[in-house]
Design a protein around this ligand. Structure first.
Ligand code: B4P
Length: 182
């Protein structure tokens, strides 16, 4: 299996859930930009204060801020990694490509997790995080279609994209992911 990979998919597709499992079972560094941003919010840092309002509106935090977080984590790490929720737009994908070139750690695979909108909304409402109310969720879905979905074509053209449909139990989705990445 690849040891430098990223997970793409709409909010609520289960990227965080599956990334955590896969990273633990394969000894990879799991970098979730969402989790890292929420940790900054919790710590009350300047960065967290800047990110909080943006996240609660369901929009994307600035590319510079997110990129600085990813760079600081990857540049001191020599093993495998799994990026979850990053990149979120083409500008972030280009910046990641440049960073990985600099670090001599090329990306090996991209996993796309897909699920229909109504199931996404139901899962996120059940999760109940601060940014999980229906209006914000629907806005996050439209931000995903506009800004993040173009990554699908981008990585498909590079021959790196694998797809799974993330319906079924967490275990069943994990099996599909293992098969897709094998
Ligand atoms: P994220 O933290 O990345 O979260 P997400 O997309 O909402 O969720 P994910 O797909 O990981 O779903 P999960 O496993 O939790 O983003 C939050 C915000 O951070 C963004 O809106 C943005 O503002 C900011 N942000 C993050 N990265 C950024 C970037 N690169 N640039 C700019 N801004 C950025 O699963 C969802 C729920 O479903 C859970 O409750 C889970 O238990 C459940 N679930 C999972 N799998 C299931 C299954 N098989 N069956 C039933 N339920 C399941």
């Amino acid at each position: 299996m690849s040891h430098r990979l990223l997970f793409v998919g709409p909010p609520g597709a289960g990227k965080g859930t599956q990334a955590e499992r896969l990273a633990a079972s394969h000894g990879l560094l799991h970098l979730s930009t969402g989790d890292l941003l929420r940790a900054e919010v919790k710590a009350g840092s300047d960065l967290g204060k800047e990110a909080e309002a943006v996240m609660n509106r369901g929009e994307l935090v600035s590319d510079e801020l997110v990129l600085a977080i990813v760079r600081s984590r990857l540049q001191n790490h020599s093993g495998g990694w799994l990026l979850d929720g990053f990149p979120r737009n083409l500008a972030q994908a280009e910046a990641l490509n440049a960073l990985l070139g600099e670090l001599n750690q090329p990306l090996q695979s991209v996993l796309l997790m897909e699920l229909d909108d109504e199931e996404l909304v139901q899962r996120l409402l059940a999760r109940g995080r601060a940014d999980d109310n229906e209006e914000v969720i629907r806005h996050r879905l439209s931000v995903y279609r506009e800004q993040t979905a173009p990554l699908i074509n981008h990585y498909e053209q590079r021959g790196q994209l694998k797809r799974v449909v993330s319906t079924g139990t967490i275990e069943a989705v994990a099996e599909q992911i293992n098969a897709a990445l094998a």
